[in-house]
Write a protein that binds this ligand. Structure first.
Ligand code: NAD
Length: 491
């Protein structure tokens, strides 16, 4: 769709995806065209066919050229083949293009779309690059695997600042941070602390913190409590699906994935293979993702026209099967019929649902929000004070294990074994006999008089000489005198 009658065409990259992807993309592009969107479209192939051609990432190398050129990606859902070592394309694109913020508005359209929460109108801002989505996983022993959760100070600052700036720019009044810092005191503690620190720069915005478990429950039953929610990657993934479902249908949600350079816009649902090719899919999620794209590229007047025409269509009861309700809806339409109904209403605004106004087009200001630079890092004094050596030993008597390790002469070179833990619980000294022990043990050695790395190497060579399989080593540091590591449960 390159309309020659339009000027200032903005290049974007489009992928039609799998399943219902091509149908909903077709409907979306027709509506954008009819509304006057000035787009120069480059198409790329992603998804199932690419995976099956042997490319494990699901995206061809040449597609990256287009994405780097246009910096704007409108993407249909894809089908990720199960098994076979295929990587999630979404995670690859988000991380490769530095799309650190995932933004999902979740709005109720009652009484036109059935929901228990007619006044729900919240936005979830999810960190998109860190947390357990680093995919850093290891099998250490016969019984134990490990998944590594990474939370960084700059990553937390960026997403939290984005949430506050988003709230300001969109007239939102409150930002709620959700984390689990009562358990993950270091990782989630850092996220929460960063929220408090950055939040202090936004006194005009109400702010609070909730533990993610109760927060998710409240989103499900009292969503009107929330305005903007900012949270880590995994929590955001789960809570945004809950929130979308609470609005009435996953078929209605759009989302943006935003970075400092590039941005990707999509529906929140998947490729719905069960209804693919039937012409009945709801294109609304992708269309609302496209509306966010139009705002991002500065075509705000077109975004307003498309969004209001869509609201009017919903309000007029022209519904696809997923939201059609006998007695409430007026006409059941397929994908095509729905897009025609939206096109017929371009220029109209809804009577009952709240109309949107994204403001005037900002020529030359495309590219979304510009964030202030990261705060300068406050470098703290870092001192090596010990080491955790993880060993694989098929033995279930912690006291016997301690005797065996001490007999190696490990309390030497400024290090002394302080404790043994199994799956995070202290089992020596003074462990509880009831504690279940796996074949994965953590031996904690603390410095008696200050150590350097060579003390750790000397320690490890004792394990090596005794044929003890050390599977992982974690150095223990103090920062400005405070431990940069946690104690075991019971320690
Ligand atoms: P799904 O979202 O595709 O479907 C869940 C249910 O919702 C199905 O019954 C489906 O028919 C319905 N549905 C979804 N979108 C709809 C729409 N627009 N209109 C009407 N009904 C709709 O989730 P799934 O079945 O778990 O996943 C299917 C495939 O999609 C999987 O391969 C999964 O990996 C992939 N997926 C891709 C993305 C993405 O590309 N962003 C996201 C999620 C899932």
């Amino acid at each position: 769709m390159v309309s020659t009658s339009k000027t200032n065409l903005v290049p974007i990259t489009v992928a039609r995806g799998d399943g219902i992807g091509p149908e909903i993309m077709d409907a979306t592009l027709k509506i954008l065209d009819a509304a006057g969107a000035a787009l120069a479209i480059e198409e790329i192939a992603i998804g199932e066919a690419v995976y099956k051609s042997g490319i494990k990432s699901g995206i061809e190398d040449s597609a990256w050229d287009s994405l780097r050129r246009t910096k704007v990606f409108l993407k249909s859902p894809i089908t990720t083949p199960q098994g076979g070592g295929f990587k999630s394309l979404n995670v690859t694109v988000r991380k490769s293009l530095g799309l650190f913020a995932n933004v999902r508005p979740c709005v109720s359209y009652a009484p036109y779309v059935e929901t228990n929460h007619p006044t729900m109108d919240l936005v979830i801002v999810r960190e998109n690059e860190e947390d357990l989505y680093g995919g850093i996983e290891y099998r250490h022993t016969q019984d134990v695997v490990e998944s590594v959760k990474i939370i960084s100070r700059p990553g937390s600052e960026r997403i939290i600042r984005y949430a506050f700036e988003y709230a300001r720019a969109n007239g939102r009044k409150k930002v709620t941070c959700m984390s689990k810092d009562n358990i993950m005191k270091m990782a989630d503690g850092l996220f929460h602390r960063t929220f408090d620190e950055i939040g202090a720069e936004y006194p005009d915005i109400e702010q609070n913190h909730m533990i993610i478990d109760i927060g998710s429950a409240k989103v499900a039953v009292q969503p009107h409590m929330f305005d903007v929610i900012v949270t880590e990657n995994l929590y955001g993934d789960i809570i945004s699906d809950i929130a979308a479902e609470v609005t009435g249908s996953v078929g209605l949600g759009g989302s943006s994935n935003v970075g400092t350079e590039c941005a990707m816009f999509e529906a929140i649902h998947g490729s719905a293979p069960d209804i693919a090719g039937k012409g009945i899919a709801n294109p609304s999620g992708l269309l609302l993702g496209a509306v966010m794209m139009l705002v991002h590229i500065g075509q705000k007047d077109i975004a307003t026209r498309v969004h209001n025409a869509w609201l009017k269509t919903i309000e007029d009861g022209i519904h696809t099967g997923d939201i059609y309700r006998l007695g409430k809806s007026v006409e059941k339409v397929g994908t095509d019929g729905f897009s025609k109904a939206v096109i017929e209403r371009i220029g109209a605004t809804p009577d009952k649902l709240r109309a949107v106004d994204y403001g005037a087009p900002v020529i030359g200001a495309a590219g979304g929000m510009v964030l202030p630079p990261l705060k300068p890092r406050v470098t703290q004094d870092k001192k090596l004070v010990g080491v955790d050596v993880f060993v694989n030993i098929d033995q279930c008597d912690p006291n016997g294990l301690a005797d065996r390790i001490l007999a190696l002469g490990v309390n030497d070179n400024g290090l002394a074994m302080e404790s043994i833990a199994n799956r995070g619980t202290k089992v020596w000294p003074d462990g509880q006999p009831e504690t279940f022990c796996s074949d994965h043990w953590r031996l904690r050695f603390m410095s008696t008089s200050g150590i350097k790395h060579d003390a750790i190497m000397a320690l490890l060579s004792k394990f090596d000489a005794a044929n003890i399989d050390f599977i992982k080593v974690e150095n223990l540091y103090n920062f400005d005198g405070k431990p940069g590591f946690t104690a075991a449960q019971g320690e």
